[in-house]
Design a protein around this ligand. Structure first.
Ligand SMILES: [Zn+2]
Length: 377
């Protein structure tokens, strides 16, 4: 066996043992050996490394039949945590999640970024992160940032239609510098919100999550995994055309879904100043008509996606979840009429406005569970 193959195998086995504990804690070393097929001595050595790295903790000994008492192992709630950050068009957010996936501290603050340089927003997010991390009282080992734009696999934000000054911004490198070299991953906010629906919101293995914000974001999950496309651009349902002769869009196109069902279009059509007013006055004639029109446009775009990808379920998040039953009904009528061949489950997200942020923090934790060698080497 070559040295590198040995390292790869050790890495795989560390992740295997840690994954078993994460799924079925608490587990004894004997149970781990049984479940993984590894020898008792290999398991003991891997567990030692995971204890040293702070990933696992040993509970008090429990008598379980004859022989030595078993010391069950569980994930260390005080171990290396994940930090999620969100930089939106008009806000920043930070969230710390422990190894077991529990939110330990979280804050969101208004912050206008549309006409500002990217560095201003990143510094604000980093400052909020310092506050939230102190509040959580945990050491952060990895960071994931949710952004409202197209993100490449190299951590570069390529473009964000509603943040005109953001083009080819090396977000991963810039934030890593602000965090003393911590590993920073970057993801699209709609993709991370979709993963949060899968992890916490009870979404099935195959679905499309569409979220109404200033833009309209989509995230596609297939077989439990995010489908981002080869360039990270999949799921841009906000720029699917619903009216070829419709109004011009920030993407350079015309008649996109965002122009019919995005936040600004909805507020304008409803003649209300903000989202709170739209939610509060949703039953009045003009707002109700605006919601129904947006719902029909959403139904048209979603029917295209559902037919193309054979998706059995759609989750409506962000602003759409807040608009509730009237929007759901309009979407359901339109979508069902266009996807007659099979039933599609359409429902509102229950995660609230912080799905992307929680998804980002959890993605940071899961990355560590997948490759604990980053810390234990
Ligand atoms: Zn567009």
């Amino acid at each position: 066996m070559t040295a590198s193959r040995g390292v790869d195998m050790r890495r795989q086995n560390l992740a295997l043992v840690l994954g078993e504990v994460a799924d079925r804690e608490p587990l004894s070393r004997a149970q781990l050996a049984q479940r993984t097929g590894l020898t008792r001595s290999t398991v003991s050595s891997l567990v030692e490394q995971l204890l040293l790295g702070g990933f696992l903790t040993e509970l008090g000994a429990t008598a379980s039949g004859p022989g030595r008492p078993a010391n069950p192992l569980q994930l260390n709630r005080s171990g290396p945590a994940g930090l999620g950050l969100e930089v939106g068009v008009d806000h920043v957010g930070a969230c710390v999640v422990d190894l077991a996936g529990q939110v330990r501290a979280q804050q969101t603050a208004p912050s206008q970024h549309r006409d500002r340089e990217p560095a201003v927003a990143l510094e604000r997010a980093a400052a909020l992160a310092v506050e939230v991390t102190a509040q959580a009282g945990l050491g952060v080992a990895a960071v994931t940032v949710a952004l409202p734009g197209v993100v490449g696999h190299d951590g570069v934000l390529q473009r964000a239609p509603n943040l005109p000054r953001w083009a080819d911004v090396a977000v991963s490198d810039q934030l890593s510098n602000l965090f003393d070299g911590l590993p920073v991953s970057v993801g699209n906010e709609a993709d991370l919100a979709a993963l949060a629906e899968r992890w916490f919101g009870g979404a099935p293995a195959d679905f499309l999550h569409v979220s109404g914000e200033i833009g309209v974001g989509g995230g596609i999950v297939l077989d439990g995994q995010l489908f981002a496309g080869p360039g990270g651009r999949a799921g841009e349902i906000g720029h699917v055309v619903v009216d070829p002769d419709g109004p011009p869009c920030s993407c350079g196109g015309r008649g996109c879904l965002e122009q019919a069902a995005g936040q600004e279009a909805l507020l304008r059509a409803a003649d209300v100043p903000d989202v709170a007013a739209l939610v509060a006055r949703g039953g009045e004639p003009r707002p109700a008509a605006a919601i129904a029109t947006a719902g029909r446009a959403l139904g048209v775009a979603l029917a295209g996606a559902v037919n193309l990808l054979d998706l059995p379920a759609v989750v409506l998040g962000g602003l759409y979840a807040r608009l509730g039953a009237p929007l759901l009904e309009a979407v359901t009528v339109e979508l069902s009429g266009r996807v007659a061949a099979r039933p599609v489950q359409i429902r509102l997200s229950t995660l609230g406005a912080d799905g992307a942020l929680r998804g980002a923090a959890t993605a940071a934790v899961r990355e560590q569970l997948r490759d604990p060698t980053v810390r234990v080497v």
